[in-house]
Design a protein around this ligand. Structure first.
Ligand code: PMV
Length: 344
């Protein structure tokens, strides 16, 4: 017998791309133009928490995102839901098949700014798919769930695995798989500087399709840059070569934002504070006479900064001296220490 009502709650982390995904070859299926590489962060500080409920009493599917009934993302949500239902309906377990016929109510909450270029759609759709799979008791493999999450938001397919993850644009089905566990590089740390918590003006879906139509630089990236860069990045990660990892991360972020400017009409995701952070990181590395810190920015002004553990205190103090009023959070094992003094 199917239960009258059943709920399941899960949390999922965000992931930050160090080789960016920007541009699709298939908008409906969400197939990217290139492979991308990301780091899935800890769930200590930034995550999505989702509760899914199925009940014989529900008369329609619904989704409440951050206390508001979600409307704009309706098609993507329905795509994910119907793919999951299809899987459940073909299960060999009668209870799973029964559950697939019930309506579902989703309540989802991010504990960080939504739609501000902090990968909220990644953790959001990864969490949605994972929670539903648990609720329906699907015996799906992670990579199957990765393909389902992709239908909600491309980058979400990378949040189903922890550590260092690659999304393969030519794989069939199109999924993300781990390159290495987080424990592979335990010294690596990541700080997030929340520059602004307001929603971006142009969402990534519209932004990407505009870039694909108008940016010659995006064409150049796909043809001549990104394939080699993915291989170099993979090697840097496997060899724990921070200097190479940092260089590639910064170069790829910069190329992505150059493509945004090359898009017509242009996309401005970074602001003057983001640019000041970039300058600070380069100046910091110059004074340290080596590359000790890397920045990356997604479709928003907020900075994600990578460094090894040994650099964390020193950089945090310098950052605080310059941007003391900006709230910042951290993760990837370890909380940012309180600034000790303002060294230059
Ligand atoms: O998955 P979407 O549609 O939110 O696009 C994400 C695109 C970037 O965050 C800018 C890059 C990436 O690879 O995550």
């Amino acid at each position: 017998d199917s239960p009258r009502s059943q709920s399941c709650t899960c949390i999922a982390p965000i992931n930050i791309a160090v080789i960016k995904y920007w541009g699709k070859s298939d908008e409906d299926q969400i197939i990217p133009l290139n492979d991308s590489i990301s780091l899935t962060l800890d769930t200590d500080y930034m995550y999505t928490k989702t509760t899914a409920t199925i009940s014989t009493e529900l008369t329609k599917d619904s989704i409440i995102l951050n206390n508001e009934e979600a409307s704009g993302d309706g098609v993507r949500f329905q795509n994910c839901l119907s793919e999951i239902r299809k899987l459940a309906a073909s299960s060999k377990h009668a209870s799973t098949v029964e559950k697939s016929k019930l309506k579902v109510a989703i309540v989802s909450q991010n504990n960080f700014p939504t739609k501000a270029g902090l990968a909220s759609s990644a953790s959001g759709y990864a969490c949605l798919v994972f929670t539903l799979a648990q609720l329906f008791e699907l015996e799906s493999h992670k990579s199957e769930l990765s393909a389902l999450a992709r239908r909600g938001s491309g980058s979400a397919c990378r949040s189903l695995s922890g550590g260092f993850v690659q999304w393969f644009h030519e794989s069939q089905p199109c999924v993300a798989r781990p390159i290495a566990e987080a424990e592979h590089w335990p010294q690596l740390r990541c700080l997030v500087a929340v520059v602004s918590n307001t929603s971006k003006a142009v969402g990534s879906t519209e932004g990407m399709s505009r870039s694909v139509k108008t940016s010659k630089l995006l064409e150049y990236r796909i043809k001549h840059v990104v394939r080699d860069r993915v291989e170099e990045m993979k090697m840097a990660i496997l060899q724990k070569d921070f200097v190479k990892f940092a260089e590639l991360t910064m170069q790829d972020s910069n190329q992505f934002h150059a493509i945004c400017l090359d898009t017509y009409p242009p996309l401005f995701y970074m602001n003057s504070t983001s640019q000041a952070i970039i300058q600070l990181v380069h100046r910091y590395n110059e004074i340290r006479q080596n590359i000790k810190v890397a920045y990356t920015f997604d479709a928003g002004p907020n900075a994600v900064l990578f460094m090894e553990e040994a650099e964390l205190n020193r950089f945090a103090s310098v950052f605080h001296a310059f941007f003391g009023s900006i709230p910042h959070e951290s993760f990837f094992r370890g909380k940012i220490p309180d600034p000790v003094d303002s060294t230059k």
